[in-house]
Design a protein around this ligand. Structure first.
Ligand SMILES: *Cc1c(COP(=O)(O)O)cnc(C)c1O
Length: 404
């Protein structure tokens, strides 16, 4: 109880640093990449196509189109949806900036909407409130891997004629009843960044059932050429045309080899994430100064992040002080996210004042992402809980201590 905090010079709870996220790369992943390196294709080739087929089959959509990053894939969706100047795209205030950037990239205007105080997912009532005659699309984030309320959001979107883009960067494998995230919107974007559930080093992928969207997504990642290099090589021709502005957002075969190998073990990774989240739930249940993640009925999260909130009313330190104290204990806590409208670029672009999105802002003052990745041991979770107990006990209000 009187253990000195590491930030005050005491011994840390852990001798080695535990990051908040870490990829799991096994021998067969390495072998798959080496085989790609020895093959005829380094850039977009047969492995990308194979990865796309396998990914579409996993999610249960007709098409999947791979990109060089999740952010590039989001850009692909706003292009494919035909969004542009004068169009408004509703985006939750509590997300990574890329969810809003994809609107700005095509000249459209992101319009932020507040989140539900429980799940921190887009609040359907706030979506409704954000609608104007110019609203054309909504980007729905499944924050931390916990499915958003797609039923209500889908109803509103249908009535308003909106394109629904799921930013499923946190949520591969998450379910609402029997439906996998990524099958509900018109398009869904997944990220293959090493912090996410499966990785290709960098990469992104869009799933959709719509043939026309899929074909626009394919063209956009390759300069909007009407044929790919591989198609030209196979047909023996040279001609192509470019009718719209595209980008080079191609995934390489080297990355696809890693993605394919990782996809085969995704269910094992997800199972371990669920076990670790359940262990946190169990070991932290006794703390009345922490709010644990809120999981709606009939949903199965994919647990990209395990985010707790500090009950600041019961503590006499703020989040940043607790963050620094935990880092000193070698616990790699993190913060996801600073709300979009509080970032300089978006603050200037959107011209909305602090206080405009109270649920997102309140959450931002309280959130801490705890370490969570498949190769973590149960003992690692125990060390995080020990560090929280140590740090939070020091900053519990005196009144509480007297009362208990
Ligand atoms: C990771 C992430 C992205 C972007 O993915 P990258 O592959 O890093 O470009 C987009 N949206 C959210 C919510 C993310 O967490």
């Amino acid at each position: 109880m009187s253990e000195e905090l590491a930030i005050d010079g005491g011994p840390p709870v852990r001798s080695s640093f535990l990051p908040y996220a870490k990829q799991t790369i096994e021998d067969d992943d390495v072998e798959a990449v080496v085989a790609a390196l020895r093959s005829d294709w380094l850039t977009t080739g047969p492995r990308v196509e194979e990865f796309e087929h396998a990914f579409a089959e996993y999610v249960g959509t007709r098409h999947a189109v791979a990109y060089s990053s999740g952010t590039a894939a989001l850009h692909g969706t706003t292009f494919a949806a035909g969004l542009g100047e004068g169009d408004e795209v509703v985006v939750p205030a509590m997300t990574f900036a890329a969810s809003a950037a994809c609107a700005v990239y095509v000249g459209a205007t992101p319009v932020l909407a507040d989140v539900e105080p429980g799940t921190l997912n887009l609040d359907p009532a706030e979506l409704e409130r954000a609608l104007t005659a110019r609203t054309r699309a909504v980007v729905v984030v499944h924050y931390a891997g916990i499915p958003a309320n797609m039923e209500s959001i889908g109803d509103i979107a249908r009535r308003a004629g909106l394109v629904v883009i799921e930013d499923a960067a946190h949520a591969i494998g998450a379910r609402m009843r029997d439906q996998l995230v990524g099958t509900i919107g018109d398009m869904a974007v997944f990220s293959l960044h090493p912090a996410k559930q499966l990785t290709a080093g960098e990469g992104g992928i869009v799933t959709t059932d719509d043939e026309q969207l899929a074909s626009r997504l394919r063209r956009f990642r390759n300069h909007c050429m009407d044929t790919s290099g591989r198609e030209r090589e196979e047909s023996g021709g040279h001609a192509y045309t470019i009718e719209e502005l595209g980008f080079n957002y191609r995934l390489t075969d080297i990355q696809a080899a890693l993605g394919l190998s990782q996809l085969r073990k995704l269910d094992r990774f997800l199972e371990r994430r669920r076990e670790l989240a359940a262990l946190y739930d169990h070991l932290l249940a006794h703390r009345n100064d922490l709010m644990l993640p809120v999981v709606p009925d009939e949903t199965t999260p994919a647990w990209h992040l395990y985010v707790v909130r500090l009950v600041l009313e019961r503590l006499d330190a703020d989040r940043d002080a607790i963050f620094r104290a935990l880092r000193a204990e070698n616990i790699g806590v993190n913060v996801h996210y600073k709300p979009v409208h509080l970032l300089g670029f978006y603050r200037r672009l959107l011209d909305v004042a602090e206080g405009s999105y109270p649920a997102a802002e309140d959450a931002y003052r309280r959130i801490l992402t705890l370490p969570l990745f498949p190769s973590m041991k149960d003992d690692d979770v125990v060390s995080v809980v020990r560090a929280l107990d140590k740090v939070l006990s020091r900053s519990s209000r005196l009144a509480d201590r007297l009362a208990s």
